[in-house]
Design a protein around this ligand. Structure first.
Ligand code: PRP
Ligand code: MN
Ligand code: MG
Length: 179
């Protein structure tokens, strides 16, 4: 698996350090608020798992499964709800967790959906932001790292469902997705 990686972009240690930093910010932001923390499956799972342990105030968890990429490296352009929330967002402070914002399509869809469902507030935290990929206007409230316009995998991010279990963020060798 690791032979398929051209370059490690963000190490495991750098990720964990950033996660602690973000946890501190969110602990202050949501003190006494009981936010609904929504992880976007499947990519946000490792980030969510680590980050929530660094938020030192009460939170409620839920998960939403949306998909826009299928097994391709480029977005299909449409967002599909695979699994909706179990919880009502009405009147809630919603905090969406993502692994990466690329075109912005997934998150702009979710932010609008939760606003339409009358959330009290909707904020977005993403581990990675790829501003060069943007097609729709979407600025995260908090972004951990800015990444270049390359196909990155690991720590939740997949190529054809693989590499999500790598503990670091790496750039895939082009021959892997060029076949
Ligand atoms: C990826 C990633 C983000 C989204 C970002 O998810 O995890 O959710 O794409 O791209 P965008 O900003 O262009 O919408 P994907 O749809 O591949 O599903 P997955 O998390 O299950 O891999
Ligand atoms: Mn995703
Ligand atoms: Mg994917």
């Amino acid at each position: 698996m690791r032979d398929d990686i051209k370059e490690v972009l963000i190490t495991e240690e750098e990720i964990q350090e950033k996660v602690k930093e973000l946890g501190k910010l969110l602990t202050e932001e949501y003190q006494g608020k009981f936010p609904l923390v929504v992880g976007v499956l499947k990519g946000s799972l490792p980030f969510m798992g680590d980050l929530i342990q660094q938020i030192d105030t009460h939170i409620e968890l839920d998960l939403m499964d949306v998909s826009s990429y299928g097994n391709d490296t480029v977005s299909s352009g449409e967002v599909k709800i695979v699994k909706d929330l179990n919880t009502s967002v009405e009147g809630r402070d919603v905090l969406i967790l993502e692994d990466i914002i690329d075109s912005g399509l997934t998150l702009s869809y979710l932010v609008k959906l939760f606003q339409y469902r009358k959330a009290k507030s909707v904020k977005v935290v993403t581990l990675l932001d790829k501003p060069e990929g943007r097609n729709v206007d979407l600025v995260p409230d908090i972004a951990g790292f800015i990444v270049p316009d390359e196909f990155v995998v690991g720590y939740g991010l997949d190529y054809a469902e693989k590499y999500r279990n790598l503990p670091f963020i790496g750039i895939l060798k082009p021959e892997i997705y060029q076949g």
